[in-house]
Design a protein around this ligand. Structure first.
Ligand SMILES: Nc1nc2c(ncn2[C@@H]2O[C@H](COP(=O)(O)OP(=O)(O)OP(=O)(O)O)[C@@H](O)[C@H]2O)c(=O)[nH]1
Length: 276
């Protein structure tokens, strides 16, 4: 953690604007707890990425919540490779964030107009996908320049706008078991760190408590559902059986988690609405 933090802090010194990516399904739990401290007062644009997988109403509420805190926030879908308007909107947000900085430079007589930025976020929120989306076909990698740490690559997105090609990977916060569950369910935590059967039962239980009737694609879940029986039933219906007809719970659990992550169980935000 200390090494990661040192690396990000070093890179932050080289940039003017930070793009913080958060998973729209976890607008709170997928934020690094120390993000404000790490980024400091650098201009920032926050993306609620994977908005296509999240509950639209909750995304609106969270966007409002963070806007009210003075952040520039955009719901985003980094996979929508063809969308020029999303890219334009993001670049405009970045440029407007950088205006003050350019003013300051001008007042000091500095003619450099280049705005440099980097992407930060916890694992799996879509950092690399966003880089690919932004880079597209048009961008060119700029060579190392004197005064810039060797090995750093800057990608020119527009005339005066450059992106660091390596994102800053922040660490998620695990201490709260509920947050751990949400991070695991969305895929932000390594598969080796949890038991898929337990996780899928927790996920079914989350649906039972917070969104009965929402697991609608193939299964219905009610408030009184026994989630273990439900997983067993899913295995039976899918033919996930071991020799002797015993349900293969692990196989069923992995399939259920895959379906959830791919949005096949509906657009779901696991964090509840923001507390004002
Ligand atoms: N549905 C959807 N999937 C997305 C979106 N952005 C990224 N993904 C998917 O999310 C997964 C993780 O994306 P990455 O770009 O590898 O995430 P990352 O933050 O670079 O991950 P690490 O390398 O683990 O830090 C991939 O399967 C992407 O295709 C999005 O906006 N919508």
């Amino acid at each position: 953690m200390a090494k990661t933090r040192r690396l990000i802090t070093e890179n932050l010194k080289l940039v003017d604007v930070v793009i913080e990516i958060v998973d729209a399904r976890l607008p709170l739990s997928s934020r690094n707890p120390l993000i404000d401290e790490i980024v400091g007062d650098k201009p920032r644009v926050m993306l609620l990425n994977k908005a296509d997988l999240a509950d639209e109403q909750l995304t609106r509420l969270w966007t409002q919540y963070y806007s009210d805190q003075g952040l520039v926030v955009l719901p985003f879908n980094a996979l929508q490779g063809a969308s020029r308007s999303a890219k334009k909107q993001l670049l405009e947000a970045i440029q407007s964030q950088a205006q003050n900085l350019l003013e300051k430079r001008k007042n000091k007589g500095i003619i450099n107009k280049t705005i440099r930025m980097m992407i930060v976020g916890i694992p799996n929120v879509g950092k690399s996908t966003l880089i690919n989306f932004l880079v597209g076909k048009g961008a060119a990698e700029t060579a190392d320049r004197p005064g810039v740490t060797r090995g750093k690559q800057w990608i020119r997105l527009e005339k005066d706008l450059e992106l660091l090609d390596t994102p800053g990977i922040l660490w998620p916060k695990f201490e709260d078991p509920q947050v751990g569950f949400k991070l695991a369910a969305t895929g932000a935590i390594s598969e080796n760190a949890y038991d898929p059967v337990e996780l899928s039962l927790e996920l079914l239980n989350w649906f039972r408590l917070h969104a009965p009737g929402r697991v609608e694609t193939r299964y219905k879940i009610t408030e009184n559902e026994d989630v273990f029986l439900m997983l067993t039933d899913i295995c039976k219906r899918r033919g996930f059986l071991r020799p002797g007809g015993v349900p293969d719970l692990e196989k069923g659990a992995i399939m259920l988690l895959d379906e959830f992550r791919a949005g096949k169980l509906g657009q779901v935000t696991l964090d509840q609405e923001p507390q004002k």
